[in-house]
Design a protein. Sequence first.
Length: 200
Amino acid sequence: MPIFEGMPVYKNKPEKQPKIRVVQDFDRGAVRESRIDLDVHTGTHVDAPLHMVPGGGTMQAIPLERLAGPCRVLDLTQAAGGIGRAELETAGIEKGEFLLLKTRNSMLDRFDPEFVFLAEEGACYLADAGVRGVGIDALGIERSQPGHPTHNILFGADILIIEGLRLAEVPAGRYFLVAAPLKLLETEAAPARVLLIEWI
């Protein structure tokens, strides 16, 4: 997701908006410099277990190698509400896969309070299937679930989580994933640039 003031942010909370300001410009010197105030869950980002698990691992505990490798984009654009077992079991999911869930969220350029999410049942199914990671094109992987079971089930199964993907122009299929979060150390998330490279 592009990062700019006024961008879509979770629940449209003003405090989650990035603040970008020019601190020096050419009228006062030979260079231009800007400063940014950025929530670590801004736009496309990777969650670490500490986001939901007290004492859980930080971004420093996620090796970059786990965020690069084969992945598969699933077309779930017909899904509404929570994605459960029924929406996933026809996909032939294999152990060790990194799955990216393409939904109608990718077609919107605003925050939708009724965004499509991965329901607890779907998280259980993916954990049982032994996937290594899951990404979604919503700013959160779940909504309206007391206790955040989707996050906790995935973290409990050592499954990586990427949120805020933009998949509108990405056909379903297999790709090589490179998810490169900012190298923050003690945080529970980090903004990331996520690249999908077509298999040749």
